[in-house]
Design a protein around this ligand. Structure first.
Ligand SMILES: [Zn+2]
Ligand SMILES: [Zn+2]
Length: 433
């Protein structure tokens, strides 16, 4: 046999070896030899540019592993978990992700939701953020972020390449400046670590989407062991097409519906490429935008996707152990679209849907510490006042309306009466706090 043929054979065999090593992802030891080679190569090629970028960004070199390679995260232990909290902020987005002692916040709801989000984080014992991501400058995403970043230390703030002249955006930039926090606009393909999880940026942040702020949304795919979560902010059709065309992996176990379930996003092509098992829709009950849209719900239903909704179920918490994802509630079965086609009775139906979903909770396997933590802390703490995040009223803990309040809207506060009024809360006229 001639030399050439041997060379070709040898090449094919080593290629196969590499592929096996790469697909046996993350937590397995078989990848050692191949990973070392690739990281060494990458390090040589990227040492200079990485050092430069990190210096500009002020980024901790540890948190950003490499530019376009695979994530080389620590193997998972038995008790390692990842929590993803889709916080109920009415019409808007706010998502807390925790792994080990690291936390990240994606968006913080509208301007009046900053305190809600901040106190939610405190209830979860989060007092430091590794990352805060403002997906795009719309108020229902970054509105509350200034309050959170004012109150909390944050290592890295990520913003898209899309500035805005709104007061909301200026307040955010001002707060980041005051707190001297680091801002970066990550590049498509970059991978960051969050404890033992990692996430890859999918947005082409060099692309010009004109006036459509939604399409600039920072989108990324987070992986933890074998589980994956996709977040695309309000990215619409054009951005979805670009993410598909990028060739980066977008298939994910859990998809946060883009743009609150609007049909200008969540296109059939994109949903097919993501192929999620679960979808979480973050939107406000009875919102005036008609979110989520019937077309999107129908598509998800046809694909057999299990849907969770903050408008019906309040805060949704997913917990992953790296192979299985459990939820704090059962999926919504209402399939109720936001289009203003129904009568007032429909809103009653959706209330009933919430109650039945909550009733079913006992029969569902769900991660105890996350939601129970929130509720039992509420009970145990007996703060001075109970705030309703929805009506923006505050009450004495004994007030009758506290009992009727949904847990998702309930905030226990130890702030003084004056501070609460300053924050825009109104004293209840019945209990006169
Ligand atoms: Zn939005
Ligand atoms: Zn938007």
């Amino acid at each position: 046999m001639n030399k050439k043929l041997w060379m070709v054979l040898f090449l094919i065999m080593s290629l196969c070896g590499c592929l096996v090593g790469c697909t046996v992802d993350g937590n397995v030891t078989t990848q050692e030899s191949t990973t070392i080679v690739t990281t060494e190569e990458n390090n040589e090629a990227q040492d200079d540019s990485d050092a430069q970028e990190n210096a500009v960004a002020g980024l901790n070199a540890d948190s950003q592993i490499e530019n376009y390679g695979g994530a080389d995260t620590t193997p998972l232990e038995d008790d390692d978990t990842l929590e993803v909290h889709y916080i109920d902020v009415g019409q808007g987005d706010s998502i807390l992700i925790r792994q080990g002692d690291q936390s990240m916040l994606i968006d913080a709801g509208n301007n009046n939701k900053g305190t809600t989000v901040w106190s939610y984080l405190l209830h979860q014992n989060v007092d430091h953020l590794t990352y805060a991501i403002g997906t795009h400058p719309d108020a229902d995403h970054i509105g509350g972020m200034d309050v959170v970043l004012y109150k909390m230390d944050c290592d890295t703030v990520m913003l898209p390449a899309c500035a805005s002249d709104t007061k909301t955006y200026e307040e955010l930039i001002q707060t980041i400046g005051q707190r001297e926090q680091t801002v970066v606009t990550p590049k498509q393909g970059q991978i960051y670590t969050l404890g033992k999880a990692s996430f890859q940026i999918l947005t082409d942040t060099d692309k010009d989407y004109g006036d459509n702020t939604n399409d600039y949304s920072l989108a990324f795919r987070l992986t933890f062991g074998d589980n994956s979560f996709l977040f695309t902010g309000d990215a619409e059709k054009a951005a979805e097409q670009d993410m598909i065309a990028s060739g980066l992996t977008i298939q994910s176990d859990v998809f946060k519906a883009a743009h609150h379930g609007a049909d200008t996003a969540n296109t059939e092509d994109f949903l097919t490429a993501v192929h999620p098992t679960y979808c979480v829709i973050s939107c406000g009950e009875g919102n005036s935008y008609g979110h989520p849209r019937a077309g999107v719900l129908n598509q998800l239903r046809a694909m057999g996707v299990k849907v969770f909704r903050t408008d019906e179920q309040g805060t949704i918490v997913a917990t992953s152990d790296g192979s299985t994802i459990t939820w704090n509630t059962s999926p919504s079965e209402s399939w109720q679209a936001g289009e203003p086609t129904g009568s007032l009775d429909e809103s009653k139906d959706s209330e009933n849907a919430v109650t039945s979903a909550l009733d079913q909770q006992s029969g569902v396997s769900y991660a105890k510490d996350s939601t129970d933590g929130l509720q039992s802390e509420d009970d145990a703490e007996q703060g001075d006042y109970i705030l309703n995040a929805n009506t923006k009223k505050f009450h004495r803990p004994t007030c009758a309306s506290v009992k009727r309040m949904s847990d998702a809207n309930k905030i226990v506060s130890t702030e003084s009466r004056e501070v609460l009024i300053e924050q825009g809360y109104e004293p209840c006229k019945n209990c006169n706090p």
